[in-house]
Ligand binder design. Structure first.
Ligand SMILES: Cc1cc2nc3c(=O)[nH]c(=O)nc-3n(C[C@H](O)[C@H](O)[C@H](O)COP(=O)(O)OP(=O)(O)OC[C@H]3O[C@@H](n4cnc5c(N)ncnc54)[C@H](O)[C@@H]3O)c2cc1C
Length: 400
C-alpha cells in the first residue's frame, strides 16, 4: 500500500500544473498517477499547440482571465525551461459581412481583456501578414504563440519531480473508493491510500468522478480532431497562424492553419464523434465507449437538433473524404490543393455534455471536502494550464 497526502490522477498539463503549484505553496507529499508509460499521450500532446490570448472570451469570464494570463505566463515558462515557443501572432479571418461583424465583438473583447490586436480592413492588409490567406477583413493578435505542448508537459514533470513530487507512470487508476480518512485508489500497479484527491483524468475524468457519486449529470463525449500537414515544399502557404472567425455556438469548429515550432504547417482539426475515448484512427472502435455514448440521453438530446445533425454530417465527410477536408481548408487559403496535404496526427477532445443535451463550454470542476474533480478542462486548456492549475491547487490547499 502506498501512502501520500494528495493523489493527482492524470499527468496531463492540468494535473502536472496542479502538482507544480501544490509543491510550490505547501509541504504536502504529492503523487501524480498517470496510466500511460509516456506523458502527453492524450489531449496535452495531441492538440494544435496554440497559445490563445483571451480575445475569444467574454470579459470577466474565467476563460478570458485564464487564457490571457496563461498566454503570458506560459511564454515566460517556456523561455525559462527551454521549451520551444514562437510568438507568431494569429490572423482571424472574416469571409463575409456576418463574420466581419463578429470580428468587432472579438475586438471589443480583446480591448476589455487587455489583449493586443489590430483590425485589418482589406485583403491587401491581410496579405501583408499572410500572402495566401483570403478574406474581407481580419483581426490580427500578435501575442498568440505556437508551443511544443509535449515538451511543455515533460518540462512540468521534470520540475515537479525536482520539487519532490512522485510521478508514477504506468499506473492506471481502476477504482476509486471513499474511506473514513479519504480515498483508496486501486491501480494497475498497486494500491494507494490518500486523504486528498485531485481528479485530472481528462477523457476519463467523468468515469472516475461517477465512481464516488460526483458529476453524474455529465458525461464526456469524445470528439476526434484530425490534422493534415502541408507538404514542406508548400509550407509558405502559411507563415504564422490563420483561423476562421469562430461561431460562438460551436467555438471548436473550423479548420485552421498553424505553423508549429518545428516549422511544419498543420491544418485542422475537424470534430467528428470518436468511436472510443482513445479511438485516434477513424477505423478504431471501442465498443464499450461507443455503447456508452450512443445510449447517453445527453448525447441523444444533442443530436435532436437539426443544426447538430448537419454539423455531424459535414464533419464526418471531412474525416472520410479528403476532398471535403481540402474544400474546408480552401476557405481560408484557396491555393491549397489536395496534393499539398498529407494525413498527420489526431487528438480527441473530452467534450463534456450534460444530461439535458448541452455542450459544456466553460471550465468546470466540482469540489468535495477532500477532493477536486476537474470535469471540463476545456480548450484553451493548454493555454490556461498554469493559472488554472494554480487555481485548483489553491482550492485544495484551503481544504487541508
Ligand atoms: C484536437 C485538439 C486541439 C486542441 N488545441 C488546443 C490549442 O491549440 N490550444 C489550447 O490551449 N488548447 C487546445 N486544446 C485543449 C487542450 O489540449 C486540453 O484542454 C488540455 O490538454 C487538457 O489537459 P488535461 O491535462 O486535462 O488532459 P489530458 O492531457 O488528456 O490528461 C489527462 C491524463 O490523465 C490520464 N488518465 C486518464 N485516466 C486515467 C486513469 N484512470 N488513471 C491514471 N491516469 C489516467 C491520461 O492518460 C492523460 O495523460 C486542444 C484539444 C484537442 C483535443
Amino acid at each position: 500500500m502506498m501512502r501520500h497526502d494528495v493523489a493527482i490522477v492524470g499527468g496531463g498539463c492540468v494535473g502536472l500544473s496542479v502538482a507544480k503549484h501544490l509543491a510550490e505553496r505547501t509541504d504536502l507529499d504529492v503523487a501524480v498517477l498517470e496510466k500511460e508509460h509516456h506523458l502527453a499521450a492524450h489531449q496535452s500532446g495531441r492538440n494544435s499547440g496554440v497559445l490563445h490570448p483571451g480575445f475569444n472570451y467574454p470579459p470577466d469570464s474565467k476563460k478570458a482571465r485564464f487564457a490571457t494570463e496563461g498566454t503570458s505566463r506560459m511564454k515566460e515558462y517556456c523561455a525559462e525551461h527551454g521549451v520551444p515557443c514562437d510568438e507568431l501572432g494569429v490572423l482571424v479571418v472574416a469571409k463575409d459581412d456576418a463574420e466581419e461583424e463578429r470580428l468587432e465583438t472579438l475586438a471589443e473583447q480583446a480591448e476589455a481583456n487587455g489583449v493586443e490586436y489590430e483590425l485589418l480592413r482589406s485583403e491587401a492588409e491581410i496579405h501583408e501578414h499572410e500572402p495566401y490567406a483570403e478574406g474581407q477583413a481580419a483581426l490580427y493578435a500578435p501575442e498568440a504563440a505556437s508551443v511544443d505542448s509535449q515538451q511543455y508537459v515533460y518540462a512540468l514533470a521534470s520540475e515537479v519531480r525536482d520539487e519532490g513530487v512522485d510521478v508514477y507512470t504506468g499506473y492506471e487508476v481502476t477504482r476509486v473508493e471513499e474511506t473514513a480518512d479519504g480515498y483508496h485508489l486501486a491501480t494497475s500497479n498497486g494500491h494507494f491510500e490518500v486523504p486528498y484527491l485531485v481528479n485530472a483524468a481528462g477523457l476519463h475524468a467523468d468515469e472516475l468522478a461517477h465512481q464516488v457519486g460526483v458529476g453524474e449529470q455529465y458525461q464526456v463525449v469524445p470528439f476526434r480532431g484530425e490534422y493534415y500537414e502541408v507538404r514542406p515544399e508548400r509550407a509558405e502557404l502559411c507563415q504564422t497562424m490563420i483561423y476562421p472567425t469562430p461561431n460562438p455556438e460551436l467555438p471548436f469548429l473550423g479548420v485552421h492553419y498553424t505553423r508549429r515550432t518545428d516549422g511544419k504547417v498543420i491544418v485542422g482539426p475537424n470534430a467528428v464523434l470518436a468511436f472510443g475515448r482513445e479511438a485516434y484512427d477513424n477505423t478504431d472502435v471501442d465498443l464499450r465507449d461507443l455503447y456508452e455514448t450512443l445510449t447517453y440521453e445527453g448525447f441523444r438530446k444533442l443530436l435532436s437538433s437539426k443544426l447538430m445533425v448537419k454539423v455531424a454530417w459535414d464533419e464526418l465527410n471531412k474525416s472520410y473524404r479528403k476532398e471535403k477536408f481540402t474544400e474546408a481548408s480552401q476557405r481560408l487559403v484557396p491555393d491549397v490543393r489536395a496534393a499539398d496535404l498529407q494525413q498527420s496526427y489526431a487528438g480527441i477532445r473530452a467534450q463534456l455534455v450534460s444530461d439535458d443535451g448541452e455542450l459544456v463550454k466553460d471550465p468546470l470542476f466540482v469540489e468535495r471536502e477532500d477532493a477536486v474533480h476537474i470535469l471540463n478542462a476545456v480548450s484553451p486548456g493548454l493555454t490556461s494550464s498554469l493559472p488554472f492549475g494554480e487555481h485548483i491547487a489553491g482550492k485544495l490547499a484551503e481544504k487541508v
